[in-house]
Design a protein around this ligand. Sequence first.
Ligand SMILES: *Cc1c(COP(=O)(O)O)cnc(C)c1O
Length: 372
Amino acid sequence: MNTKIWLSSPHMSGKEQDYINEAFNTNWIAPLGPNVTGFEKDIQSYLGENNHVAALSSGTAAIHLALILLNVQHGDEVLCQSKTFSASANPIVYQGAKPVFIDSERETWNLCPEQLERAIKDRISKGKTPKAIIAVHLYGMPYKVDEVHGLAKKYNIPVIEDSAEALGSTYKGQKCGTFGDISILSFNGNKIITTSGGGALVAKQKEIKDKAIFLSTQARDKDVAYLHSHIGYNYRMSNIVAGIGRGQMTVLDKHVELRRKNYDFYKNILEKTDTVTLLKEPESHFSNRWLSAILLESHESREALRLRFLEDNIETRPLWKPMHQQPVFKDCPSYLNGISNDLFDRGLCLPSGSNLTNQELDRIENVLNAFF
Ligand SMILES: *Cc1c(COP(=O)(O)O)cnc(C)c1O
């Protein structure tokens, strides 16, 4: 059996271990310490100094805190891109609020501005202005920022920018992770950089960052005794894990370059066939190409290709199953145009790690050439 080729696997720089050793040598084995603040600083320098960063235990925790900080409460409604990973939507339910799902548009596969406006108007006419919009840069491709944020402004609804997959991407030259009223990042094992597990909340105001840290460390009021006037969470990033993050920040740009090279590799092979559609970058969108994804002609051909890869021990994955199709969300309202269903039927994510070897790329190319 050939060795497994993963869809997207961790890729260390070699510097991570030094930061971890430093944590051990100084006994900072806790959810605080120099690596946590150092990692936050590194991200802040990368995104721009007016972005305030709180390092957390996961991207999911960051979305949960973002909802709390935007005062989303029991019975509220939150609009959420349907085509996404479930972690974008689950925290809405943690708050006792109701997700309302919005379909995608064809160009970026993200939030469709027309369906978004239709949903906002309809929810308002039913008596409830949505409390927030969760917009996702899927697979690293920036959503239509001007259109989505234009509507958010028009109806005065804050945006949580789910940039879990898009660190390193830009829109009109501005970095993803800096567009939201609150933005979130993820450093899970398969993301463009990883801390094994981890995430961050990015805010425009330092007070929001400070509040996020307060809530993520059990909401301890300033007092000698343990005094609590808020419900707290244990969501802070550990100092060990943050050491991995500091090492990873040194290679983020390199990873973007390598993942974009993977996309070009697939483009060169697949351009020749007229049965495959690649996700192209619209003008003003720059994708980190976290995952290279394609559309085939039909569900049947998508499955045939996926199984052909599997025979060779190569991992691929259908595009995210839309949230409005998930059993757990079956009672949620949704505003649909058929696009995310179609993408799910025909779409496939191809191996996209920044650590793919030439040998592995050859194996992938052989499968593609044999198939088409
Ligand atoms: C990975 C991911 C998350 C969740 O991040 P975790 O760090 O795994 O909790 C949220 N949204 C999207 C779109 C993701 O891909």
